[in-house]
Design a protein around this ligand. Sequence first.
Ligand SMILES: [Fe+2]
Length: 232
Amino acid sequence: MKREVVKIVNGFKFLPGRAYLEGLDDREYQSFKAFYDAQVKPDPYAAVRDRAMIKIVYERISGKIRLNPNQSYFQSYGANDTDGGRVRVFPPVDKAILGNRVFNHVFQCDTAYINEYCDRVGKHDVNISVHFIRYKADKGGASFSSPVWLHLDDEPLVFIHLVQLTDNAIGADSVISEMDSKPTNVLRLSAPFDTLIVDRAKKHAVTPLGSNEGTAYRDVMLINLEAEVQQQ
Ligand SMILES: [Fe+2]
């Protein structure tokens, strides 16, 4: 008997971008990149990044997504000692994303994991924050993540989708560790829609981004399942 594939992340899971791109053509990918580009604005809390965010609600019975009336983002201090413990408001992602074919395609791929998690904990509707985060660095400079090193997020499940990593980028490697913060795995999201899924069973980080020449960019789209502690 064929065993059913159970979508449990248990720390981290890498999925190649080609799995996400199946069913999409290059024109659609390029148009999503252009959409992303038009959304990101300087991060009001950090000059080394550009950002945008939208919060949505995923209704599991209908399988539909809708806009969340609350568009501010909260992390606990325990999850982020740089920016946690306060509410942050980011430049908005246009709500046209709700009807965007590439976004819906990617989100649909993620729902296998989201549904598994929600079934396990008995959750019906789920609040999700979608973050566009652009790391950008000139030659000799640096861009970095918040928090900057190994951590656990408040979110029980986070999908880190690479939109693009430019060829001149150095650094920007994903790092995984157990709770002792000693790295056990290093990997790199490099191809379009290469994806790292993380949960709270292991810590994760991304190393700072630098540039070999000119300005380097690492564009990611995070799809985060929000935790109860973040509902404020
Ligand atoms: Fe994180």
